[in-house]
Ligand binder design. Structure first.
Ligand code: ZN
Length: 79
């Protein structure tokens, strides 16, 4: 199972279906077990959805901070 740090790196590929089945299954298991990564993934999915619609608002400071924190392997401030 990937670590939280690895999971934050896999999240985009997972969302886009770019992972092989093993990595996808491992990521799915991690997301099921880890509330912190689920929250990160939810935020990422929302951003991705807005990007696809082409009307991305300026990122809320806390979302940006959470994404940066997750990227650097630190837990989000509220997690
Ligand atoms: Zn995790």
């Amino acid at each position: 199972m990937p670590s939280c740090r690895e999971m934050s790196e896999l999240a985009t590929d997972y969302m886009e279906g770019a992972l092989g089945w093993r990595a996808r299954f491992a990521a799915w298991r991690h997301l099921r077990a880890c509330a912190m990564c689920r929250a990160y993934y939810d935020q990422l999915a929302k951003l991705q959805h807005l990007l696809r619609r082409g009307d991305l608002p300026p990122p809320a400071a806390e979302v940006e901070a959470a994404l940066l924190a997750a990227r650097s392997g630190q837990p989000p401030a509220d997690g």
